[in-house]
Structure formats: structure tokens, C-alpha cells
Design a protein around this ligand. Structure first.
Ligand SMILES: *Cc1c(COP(=O)(O)O)cnc(C)c1O
Length: 237
């Protein structure tokens, strides 16, 4: 691969160390809570990070990444992704219906299915592009007015709609707990909802609270700053 021949830089070492440290924590949490380490997937969230840092993570052998915007995912990944068979990209930000077509082109999993319009559009786009991707339903776990996600009350019906009417492969649930509150209660609630619907995967936990999320059943943790450092908020959106 073209950039794997580049010399190792300080940044590469830092990012590799960060990833190794998080993996060590995942391992420790897994054994503490008697979970299988392999059931916990580390999604490296590369939104608003420079491409050099992404390349450092790739050099470190990491292959699972998350982006929160379709447009930025293309900027980051359109030339890199075809080089790796085993590279997986998750969409972890809200999806607009006019972006579904592009999202299906670049993502392997969409974690933020949260309304009928998107489910229908995704379903028809998957057929058109003859693609299969995994989906997670995002739940507005804190019932916050401005947050994305289906409400807890509407979830059961929406889940059936996604499965039965749209033929979507719903692999899991995703949530972002309210800011400034202890997340544990919300993680536990997401787990309860998932288990009562026989849903196996839980995307929850970020840099600040992924250990807690693992203790409560997370199968996918989404870690940005603890891998890549602080984000660049000057990048135009
Ligand atoms: C940005 C983002 C993350 C990563 O957050 P960090 O605190 O940097 O680890 C995780 N999940 C979602 C949905 C995000 O938008």
C-alpha cells in the first residue's frame, strides 16, 4: 500500500500508543466483567482529524473507523478505502435523506437509523446499488428534544418496520447519553431495550466513558479524542 512505505513519524508512534492503551483497557474491562475481548469493537472516530493521523492509525493496523458526516467521510476515505478489503466504516452521525445514496456507497454500517423516511430510503438505495450493509437504530435514550434518535416509546414499532417492511439488517442499537449526566443509567437502559428485542450489539461509550459502557454490555465503543487528540473545529463543514 502506497503510504505503508513512508517512514515512521512521531505522530505514528503516538497514535499507535493511544490505540494500544485503549485496547489494553478494553482487555482489562473485558476480564473484569467476564466478557470476551473479541466481542468489543473499537471504532476509531476520525471526524475532523487530519488525514495524516488517519494514516498513522492505518499504519498501526487499525481497520475500523467512524465518521459523523457523509461528505467528510468521502474526503477522508474515498481514495484510501479501496486499498483495504478489511477496512470498515461506520456512520455515527445523523443521516439526511438526500445523503443516503452517498452513504450507501462509502459506509459499511449506518448506526443512526432513526425514522421511517430514512429506513425506506436506505432500503430502496440498497436495492438500487445491490449492496448489503449493516444498520443500527439510534435511540434518543435521554428523551432530549433536540437529539437524534427514535424515542423509546416508538422504538418497538419502528424496529419491526425496519425489519419487516424495509428488510434492513438491524444488528444493534446506538445511543448518545445526555451531556453532563452520568451515562451508566442510559447505557443500562439501552442494554435492557436491546436484550428484550433479542438485539445483540450495542454501540455506546466514547473517550470519557467507554470502560463504563463495556461494563454494561457495549459491543462497539466509539473513541475519537483518546486516539487522535482534540479535533479541529476550523475545518469547514
Ligand atoms: C465524535 C463522536 C464520538 C467520539 O467522541 P470522543 O469523545 O472524541 O471519543 C463518539 N460518538 C459520536 C456519535 C460522535 O459524534
Amino acid at each position: 500500500m502506497f503510504f505503508l512505505n513512508l517512514p515512521t513519524m512521531d505522530m505514528d508512534i503516538n497514535i499507535k500508543e493511544n490505540i494500544d492503551n485503549i485496547k489494553r483497557s478494553i482487555n482489562e474491562c473485558a476480564s473484569l466483567w467476564e466478557r470476551d475481548y473479541h466481542d468489543i469493537n473499537l471504532i476509531a472516530v476520525s471526524k475532523r482529524q487530519p488525514k495524516e493521523k488517519i494514516i498513522s492509525a492505518l499504519k498501526a493496523g487499525h481497520r475500523l473507523f467512524g465518521e459523523n458526516k457523509v461528505q467528510e467521510a468521502f474526503e477522508h476515505w474515498s481514495d484510501i478505502k479501496p486499498l483495504y478489503d478489511n477496512l470498515k466504516l461506520h456512520l455515527i452521525g445523523p443521516l439526511q435523506s438526500n445523503k443516503v445514496r452517498d452513504a450507501v456507497k462509502i459506509f459499511d454500517c449506518i448506526e443512526t437509523i432513526d425514522r421511517e423516511k430514512i429506513a425506506v430510503k436506505l432500503s430502496s438505495e440498497l436495492k438500487k446499488q445491490n449492496k448489503k450493509i449493516e444498520s443500527f437504530i439510534q435511540i434518543n435514550i435521554g428523551e432530549e428534544e433536540q437529539k437524534s434518535g427514535i424515542s423509546i416509546k416508538e422504538f418497538p414499532e419502528f424496529f419491526n418496520f425496519c425489519k419487516n417492511d424495509c428488510d434492513l439488517d438491524i444488528k444493534g442499537l446506538m445511543c448518545i447519553p445526555p451531556a453532563g449526566e452520568p451515562a451508566s443509567m442510559y447505557f443500562a437502559l439501552l442494554k435492557k431495550i436491546a436484550y428484550s428485542h433479542d438485539i445483540k450489539n450495542l454501540s455506546m461509550g466514547m473517550s470519557a466513558d467507554f470502560e463504563k459502557a463495556i461494563s454494561l454490555g457495549a459491543t462497539h465503543i466509539r473513541v475519537g479524542t483518546k486516539i487522535f487528540g482534540s479535533r479541529n473545529y476550523n475545518i469547514q463543514e
